[in-house]
Design a protein around this ligand. Structure first.
Ligand code: GZL
Length: 332
């Protein structure tokens, strides 16, 4: 919108010049901006997936604490409640409001071509954060910053390899939101591991929607049909919390002398359970994307070109070695 403002002010200056020369035109500048921002601040429309998990809360907090008025921004935030149609509506509203940048945290990979073409036609750069999108034309987005979800899955399987080697394993797989990059990559990692081990079996595979409630519900129903479970592979911490509740309610244990729970995100709450031993291995998925997105916008503001893809460095935490000191240092 600031771009439109600059055009308006130049036109107004020209009109005033004309008025001064006695022409009939009167100068008029429209100070009211559609997006409510002031002429100088950068207006960012952010379409967030929802508030389904601790990870998402940390991600939202990172964006909101970065794009503040004090930092020279106006943030228009929309929570899509995990529905793609709500994200598409939000993007159209951002276009109407003539924001300077659109940031999208896509709930799933497909279905974005039409609305992102509308943003491109409106001349509004789109930055994708966290999960990836699958579009026919990658000029529909300017840059992406997020995680390598397949690498996260491979990290978990590597740990399983070391811990279990060629032991027979019955594995319960609680997936994330089906069709999201996080689910696709973490699932690919596990399935590749199972393909490589004839004695590793997935005895149940179902989505937990990245929520604690659904994770518990899935685990409860699986426990009714399976009495011999070795590993529960949860695609985020909140699913792991639900699974642990269900396992303990069934009178079973999690951890060293019980069922091995593997998780992703490494939120403070997840690592607290890792310290307790209930989560045996937690793979980090870093949500602190606010400053990373700000760097992309600042690069664009300088007329420079940001990297198209920027992967975040991530680590993993083993209950056997994790300490309170490490937990105290965690940022989210
Ligand atoms: C991963 C992110 C996932 C987290 C979940 O980058 O998209 O969505 O793993 C969150 O906790 O709900």
């Amino acid at each position: 919108m600031r771009k439109k403002m600059i055009a308006l002010l130049s036109a107004a200056t020209l009109s005033m010049a004309l008025v001064a020369c006695g022409s009939s035109k009167t100068a008029s500048t429209d100070d009211s901006k559609k997006d409510g921002g002031s002429a100088s601040e950068i207006v960012v429309g952010f379409s967030q997936v929802g508030a389904e998990s601790d990870w998402r809360t940390a991600n939202t907090e990172s964006m909101k604490s970065t794009f503040t008025e004090a930092n020279g921004y106006k943030l228009i935030f929309d929570d899509a409640q995990q529905k793609q149609e709500n994200q598409i509506t939000a993007i159209r509203n951002f276009i109407q409001q003539e924001v300077d940048y659109i940031v999208l945290a896509p709930v799933t990979e497909t279905g974005w071509d039409t609305v992102l073409k509308e943003a491109k036609d409106a001349g509004i750069p789109v930055i994708i954060v966290d999960r990836m999108i699958d579009v026919s034309d990658d000029s529909l987005y300017t840059a992406w910053v997020g995680s390598d979800f397949r690498a996260e899955g491979d990290k978990a399987v590597e740990w399983m390899n070391t811990k279990f080697a060629d032991k027979d394993l019955n594995i319960v797989h609680i997936q994330g939101t089906i069709g999201s990059s996080a689910q696709i990559g973490r699932t690919e990692g596990l399935e590749a591991g199972v393909d490589a081990h004839a004695n590793w079996n997935i005895v149940a595979q179902q989505t937990g929607e990245f929520t604690q409630a659904k994770g518990q519900e899935v685990m409860e129903s699986v426990l009714k049909q399976n009495s011999d479970i070795d590993v529960v592979y949860c695609e985020n911490d909140n699913e792991a919390f639900g699974a642990i509740d269900a396992i303990e309610a069934a009178g079973k244990k999690c951890g060293e002398d019980g069922i091995t729970v593997i998780s992703f995100d490494a939120t403070k709450a997840g690592l607290t359970e890792t310290l307790s031993g209930k989560i045996s291995y937690d793979v980090e998925c870093n949500p602190l994307h606010g400053p990373r997105v700000q760097n992309i916008i600042e690069t664009l503001e300088k007329g420079e070109t940001p990297d198209k893809l920027a992967y975040v460095e991530e680590e993993a935490f083993d209950a056997a070695t994790f300490t309170q000191e490490e937990l105290d240092k965690r940022a989210y």
